[in-house]
Structures are given as C-alpha cells and as structure tokens.
Design a binder for this molecule. Structure first.
Ligand code: BGC
Ligand code: BGC
Length: 861
C-alpha cells in the first residue's frame, strides 16, 4: 500500500460530504447557499448565536408512549415542588446516602471514576448490587405521603462495565474506530449492557461521540474517529446495542440499559485540544463535524444526552440555550433528558456548583452535582419559588426524567437485585463476552510497517517479549478502568483478563516455541525475534492533555530498547499502546514491524492471534484494522486538517500480511518548539523559582522579603536559606527556622493563576524534602490568593516528624485539600507557603503540580 495523501483528502472529503448529504436530505438544507444569516452573524460578532433552521431535522424511530402518557401526566401533576427539584439532581454515591435519597427524593445517583460503594473503588460486584437495592428502596419509600419514583443509577461503562473488577474490557473507542465494523459495535453495546445489569445499574454515560480534531486532547481515545462519517455509523449501532431497538419489548429493559450520547456538543474540537476548552468552530462546522454522532444516536432512540463541559465560541455549552434547547430539543426533537457533566454547571457564566438557574433555564434537565447536590437542592428550590426558574421549565425537565423512567419500566421493575441478569456474577467476563472483546481487539490492530514480511511470525521460535507494556494489564486498558485515570492497579485486580505476554506465551508454546518475558530486554541466549510492547501510560480527562505529539519527548528508554535489540541483529516487532496516534518516527525506524495496538482492553491474547501464524504456517488472523485517525508526519501535526501537509499515514491506512511493508527511513528531526507550557505547574526547580514565580520569606505580620538568588536570611534572621545539592549542584535549598516567631517560606507571583481545572483534575502540590532537624512546633503548608484574601492550609509537621533524618522523600497533597481549607483555586498567587513558629531544618526541591497517583489518592492531612 502506498501512503497517498491525495487519496486521503478525497476520502475525507467524500466522508464529510456523505454526512452533510445525509443531514441535508433530512433537513432539506443547503450547506453552501441557504444560510447567509450565519455568515453575517459570524462576521458581525454575534458569534455564538444559533440558527436552528440550518441544522438537520432527525427522522426518529417513533416511540409509542400511549401506555404511559396518562400516568406521566398524573404523576407529574401530583408531585410537590420539593419532589420535582429532587428529581433534577444527581449525586455521587460517595457523597450521598440512601437516607439522603429518602429525605431529598433525588432523581438519580452516579458513581464517578473514583467512586465505589462505601468509598471503595474496588468493591466486589455483589456490593454494587446491594447498594443499588438500598438506593432503590429509599427512592420508593412513601412515608409521609411522598411519591415512589424509582431512582436511576448512571455509570461510566466506557469500555465494558469498566468500573467493576472482573468485567469484560473492550478496546477503547479509538481502537474500535479502526475495526470499521458497526455490527461489532452493536454486539459490544449489548454485552456491556448485560454486564451493567449484573451489578444493578440501569444507565451508562456512553457512548462518547466526540469527533476529535486535535489529538493533543487527552480524551482522544474515547473518540471513534476524526471522521464524522465513522462516528455517525457507529453511534446508532452502539445505542441500539445498549438500549435495544425502539419498539422491541425489551427496549431499555431486561438486558439493556439507557445510553448517554456525550458530550454535546463540540468536545472534540476545543482550541489546542484542551480538555473542557473552547470550540471555536463555525456553526456549520459544529453541525457537519461535531453533530454527526448525535443525529444517528437520537434517531436510534438515545434517551439521554450529556451537555459538554466545553465552550462553543467562548460560552459554556451547559448554559447554552441555543444549543441545548433550540437545536437539541426543538430542531432534533430530542425528548429524552439532558444531563450535565461533573459539576459543569458551576462553570457556567454567573454560576457556582451549588447555584445555577441558568443551566436549567438553558435546557439542562438534570444537574450532575456529585458532592454539591445539597446546596444545589436548596438554591434550586429557592430559585423555583422566586420564579427565577419558571415552573414550566422545571415541569418540562421533570417530565423528561419521568418519561424516561416510565419508558424503561422502572416503576414495575422491582428492586435491582430482582431484575433480569442481576446477581449473575459469572456473566462478568464470561467466556462468550471475552471472545467478542478479543475479536474487537484483534480487528482494531493496525499494521504500520512490516519490513521483509516479518509478520506473521512462526510460533516455533524463541521469542523475547520486552517493554513495560508486555505484562501490564492496566497499561493495555488505559483510563476509565477500575479507577478514573486507570492508574493504581495491578494485574491481580483483573481476574478475567490476559496480558499481552501471556497471550504470546500461550500461542508460542502451542506452536512448539518458547517465549520469555523481559521488560528491560535483557536475555541469556539470543532470541529469534523480539516483541517490544511499549507506549503511553494510562490517563483520562485533563491529565492526558499534551502539547506535542512526540512520543515521550524527555524519556527515550523505549527507543533505546528497540535500538539495542535491533543492534544485536534481532528482528524487532513493536507493539505500540496508545490512546491516539503519536509521532514515533524514530521508533518506526528502529523496528522491523510496527503495530498500532491502541488500548486493546482485557484480551491481550488478541495481539498474539494476529502476530503469529498457525503452527502449520497457515494464516491465523490477518490484520484488518484501518486508521480512523491520521498519523502525524511531524510532532506538531496535531490537527485533523485535510488541507495541511499530508499525514505520514492517512486515514484508512493499514497493511495486511501480503502488502509490501517496507518503510523508507523517516525524519527524526524534532522541530524546535515554542514552549507554550504555562508556568503554572513548576514553582521551584533546578535551584530557582519557575518562570513568573519568586521566592520570599514572610514574617509574622505577613511582610514579605524576596530572597534574591533564592538565598539569604530574612524575617529578622529567623529564616535562613542556603543552597544544597539534590540531583544536581545547588538544585535544592536548605531552609532553617530558628524559632523566633511565625515565619513562612513563600513562593508567590504578582499574577495569580487559575488552578481550578488542576484541582478538579486531581493534581497535587508535590515537592521533594529532606528533614535535617525535626520541627519543634506545628508546621503548615498553605496556598493563598492575592493579598491574603483567601487561604487554605494543611498541617504537615506529623509527616516531617516521622520522616527519617537526612533522607530525601516526596511530599504530595491534593489541591483539593487546600481548596477544602478555603483557598480559592480560581486565583492562586501563593501556591506554596511553608510556615512554622518553631525550629526546623528542611531541604526543599522540585516544588510543582503533579499527579503522583498513590500520593494523590491519600486523604487530606
Ligand atoms: C466526564 C464524563 C463522565 C462524568 C462522570 C466527567 O468528568 O467528563 O464523561 O461521564 O465525569 O464520571
Ligand atoms: C471523578 C470523575 C470525574 C472527574 C471530573 C473525578 O474525581 O471520579 O468521574 O469525571 O472527577 O473532573
């Protein structure tokens, strides 16, 4: 196969046209000629105005509501205003109890990525089901004349029922896009729904229908494709798989669950791929690119849509009436419910997490208010009473929620554990489910290079399996796997999964060869071939955003490993795990065969299925995957822009065994990058404050004195700072407090930074420290706003006291600890203030924002 960019452009153009054509037939609209109003609105600056008439009307499969219509009216008419407000609020199970539900009549609960029954993210499956019963029973309690309205529980079943230990884990969407098989997508939806029903939930926050245009976005792997046509073709099938067919007796019930088409709209098109950022596309681009999945999902009967965290032309979608009401509800005639994203209403102009009439008034029907639900409940109730939220709008929201619950038969379904499939725990990771996951993983593999027809390999070989992804189930699964970011787990927590190495080992053994696992690539006797499994470590929202597509710009160990093996004349097969296409020219050059394996899920054995021929030499499974995202030629080729220089591998690229798989040497030159990284994350490193920051001593009255060169004595000589060595000469500081009054070592800037996203993204304040003399009194670590207008601090002397003397250690405190203590994350001028009135001798280095998962998980001191 040749890499033909012209062909790519044509294909892309054709695909885009196909979507437009479908939409325009339905809408009888004309993209080029009938919409002058938009062009003029855009040029006159009425930027985020919406023109519903240019959006397509959707040909829905009609839902027969006649059996529920009278009951819906009657129920709605009988509810008190408190009950209605309860229905529009969804709380997270770590912040709400069944008792709260009994009292506040909340309409829904969810478990966020890091939430589990009784605070245990790894709680065994039976506990999820038991908790579902408890919440259900609370919602059905009619004590005091309240109405029984079954609660509905939403989960992020993102790639299978992926919060639950033992569940089948499918490849993430980026891989499914490469499989190009809508029927398979439907099957995956069906199985996911079955496994969700086992643990008692009835609603999933999936599928993600982002049409990602800039893969710097960390959520790119949740997207099927950069091409709207592919997303369009998959969306309807996934919805049908999850929910069942509209009109069939088991629509939304039995083995099915309710879906969420998310995140409406434009999440995949934010500026520079920033999570929760601003989509600056024109209205027509929003329609033609980003709406592609919704038109299909809604036509197939999707019962909920999640409003996006992101902005469109500078305005938060969660508060955008034009998009939520005029387009989605009126033009698309969507009659399900619009749910918010995680406290996203708090980001709407003029709102906070506990007060946001604007979102409901714009068309949101259910607030996702994980930990903010109680305050939100009180304020929303007051806003309805004052008329700020019209009763008609509240009624419409509640009607939509009740309609969905009635359609799903929840009023008659009985408690979750009594329903079909509930408690059949052996269905989690059942062999027939895993077989489909394995097929999906197999078909998602894209072969990028195959010099000398190295693949398929004969199994009767001595195979070295190297790389840190070889025997690492968390890594082959990526984010949204047991935990939010997919980190902090070990292979033993995946009882129904196989690592890539085990799959290879089994195939090789069956074929008469032998496989050895050696993550660092060392070997005693020279193997016939090496398979190196490497790639991105798991990440999810925000933490996965990058600024360049260069794979691991500052850590070339994987490349060295490939080169070392190849240098020893061992043929090298690279198996690359990633949530997106990345610039790997050097790694491609250093491999004989190169497979883009994406995030294949629980079935590591799928890799061996395709890498190896049958023992008799016959073809086992050839490669089928074709790129659904174009592969970058340079590290800065970040956007899916068909007009720009041709990608290295175009959309649809993917070799099979018989293709000539040679690849000419690729340029390894890294273009000089303007480092646009914000100075917000590095406060002190290499012996000096990060760009924009300064080091001060602050006395008991809060009077600051700058420490020039980050050295010197201040606060009446009470604090003395000298240079010491940590990893390099004078890269650290030794601070000595002599106990003469409260004094702080402070890092500050005149321009405060907004750390809200970092706090929500679970970043921590991290630094290296060495206790030379333990504190004699309390020590606090604080973060502050400008001029001390806000402050949040945590005690750290217990940790300093228990640390061994003279040894460097790492300290990490989640930003939310400072937030809880009162620091306003929107405006932090002092990200680090270490204060004590006692004596202390402390080495400090590398003050920064970081993830450091294990530490981040720690509770606030
Ligand atoms: C994500 C959603 C997810 C929700 C609940 C949000 O932060 O953006 O995709 O469904 O959390 O976990
Ligand atoms: C939750 C996720 C959520 C995220 C929002 C996390 O704490 O576990 O479900 O999507 O916060 O940023």
């Amino acid at each position: 196969m040749t890499i033909d960019s012209g062909l790519n452009k044509m294909r892309r153009g054709a695909a885009a046209m196909a979507v437009t054509a479908t939409l325009c037939t339905l809408a009888a609209c004309d993209r080029q000629h009938s919409i002058p109003a938009v062009a003029s609105a855009e040029t006159t600056g009425a930027a985020s105005a919406i023109h519903p008439e240019i959006w397509p009307a959707i040909a829905h499969v009609p839902i027969d509501d006649s059996p529920i219509a009278a009951r819906l009216d009657q129920l709605l008419g009988s509810l008190s205003v408190e009950e209605k407000v309860g229905q529009v609020i969804q709380a997270d199970i770590v912040s709400v109890t069944p008792e709260d539900v009994r009292k506040y009549r909340l309409g829904s609960i969810l478990n966020g990525g890091n939430s589990g029954p009784h605070g245990d993210d790894f709680a065994p499956a039976p506990q999820w089901l038991a908790l579902a019963d408890e919440f259900y029973l609370a919602s059905m309690d009619t004590t005091g004349g309240k109405h029984a309205i079954p609660i509905i529980w939403g989960v992020d079943a993102i790639h299978g029922n992926s919060n639950i230990i033992g569940a089948t884990l499918f490849p993430h969407n980026v891989g499914l896009g490469a499989a190009r098989d809508p029927q398979l997508i439907r099957r995956i939806g069906e199985i996911t729904a079955r496994e969700v029903r086992v643990t008692g939930q009835e609603w999933t926050f999936a599928p993600t229908l982002a049409v990602v245009q800039d893969v710097r976005w960390g959520r790119s792997y949740e997207s099927y494709s950069e091409n709207p046509q592919i997303v369009h073709e998959y969306a309807g099938e996934m919805v049908k798989g999850l929910q069942g067919e509209v009109g069939s007796p088991d629509f939304l019930r039995g083995a099915h669950v309710m879906t969420t088409a998310k995140h409406f709209i434009g999440d995949g098109g934010t500026f520079e791929g920033r999570d929760q950022g601003d989509n600056r596309a024109s209205e027509t681009a929003l329609r033609d690119i980003h709406a592609a999945g919704y038109t299909a999902a809604i036509a197939a009967g999707a019962q909920s849509v999640m409003a996006s965290f992101s902005e469109w032309q500078g305005r938060k979608v969660t508060g955008h009436k034009g998009l939520l009401t005029d387009v989605l509800k009126n033009r698309f005639a969507f009659d399900g419910l619009v749910v918010g994203d995680w406290n996203a209403h708090g980001q709407v102009e003029g709102c906070s997490t506990t007060s946001c009439a604007a979102a409901l008034n714009a068309g949101l029907d259910m607030y996702m208010a994980p930990d903010s639900w109680k305050g939100l409940y009180a304020n929303t109730l007051a806003q309805v009473r004052s008329g700020e939220i019209p009763m008609a709008r509240l009624d419409d929201a509640v009607r939509r929620i009740l309609r969905v619950k009635l359609r799903a038969g929840l009023f008659e379904a009985g408690k979750p554990s009594s329903r079909q499939l509930a408690g059949q725990f052996d269905l989690l990771g059942a062999p027939e489910h895993r077989a489909v996951a394995r097929q999906a993983a197999r078909e998602s593999l894209v072969l990028l290079k195959n010099a000398g027809h190295l693949l398929p390999l004969k199994p009767a070989l001595s195979v070295l399996v190297a790389g840190d992804g070889a025997d690492n189930i968390a890594k082959q699964n990526g984010g949204w796997t047991l935990t939010w970011q997919g980190t902090g787990t070990v292979n033993a927590q995946f009882p129904h999964a196989e690592s890539i190495f085990s799959g290879i080992s089994a195939a090789v053994k069956a074929g008469g060869g032998k496989a050895a696992l050696s993550p660092n690539g060392s070997y005693a006797s020279k193997p016939d071939v090496a398979i190196v499994v490497f790639g991105e470590d798991p990440y999810a929202e925000f933490q996965g955003d990058v600024q360049t597509l260069e794979y691991r710009p500052t850590d070339k160990r994987d490349l060295q490993l490939l080169r070392r093996l190849r240098g020893a004349q061992i043929p090298v097969v690279a198996v690359f795990l990633s949530g997106r296409p990345l610039w790997v020219n050097a790694e491609l050059n250093a491999s004989d065969a190169f497979v883009a394996a994406w995030l294949p899920g629980s079935e590591g054995g799928a890799i061996a299925d395709v890498l190896f021929a049958k023992p008799d030499g016959g073809v086992n499974f050839d490669f089928k995957g074709k790129l659904s995202f174009s592969w970058p030629r340079t590290p800065d080729q970040v956007t899916a822009n068909p007009g720009a220089q041709p990608p290295l591998f175009a959309l649809d690229y993917g070799l099979t065994y018989s293709d000539a798989g040679e690849l000419a040497a690729l340029s390894e030159v890294v273009p000089k990058r303007n480092d646009t990284s914000t100075a917000t994350g590095t406060y002190f490193s290499a012996g000096r404050p990060g760009a924009g920051w300064k080091l001060f001593a602050s006395d008991a009255n809060g009077k600051r004195q700058e420490l020039a060169g980050s050295l010197g004595s201040a606060a009446g000589n009470n604090l003395n700072v000298t240079a010491i060595d940590r990893a390099a000469q004078e890269d650290a500081r030794l601070a000595t407090w002599s106990g003469a009054g409260s004094t702080a070592l402070v890092i500050a800037s005149a321009a405060p930074v907004d750390l809200q996203r970092e706090a929500n993204g679970e970043l921590a304040l991290v630094f290296d420290y060495r206790v030379d003399a333990a504190p004699s009194a309390a020590v606090e670590l604080g973060m502050e706003c400008n001029d001390g207008r806000c402050r949040g601090a945590i005690p750290i002397d217990p940790q300093l006291r228990s640390a061994p003397r003279g040894e460097w250690r790492q300290f990490a405190a989640p930003l939310r600890c400072f937030e809880k203590g009162g620091a306003d994350m929107r405006s932090i001028a002092v990200p680090f203030a270490l204060s004590t009135a006692g004596t202390l001798k402390l080495g400090i280095a590398n003050v920064r924002l970081d993830t450091g998962r294990k530490d981040v998980q720690a509770s606030c001191p």
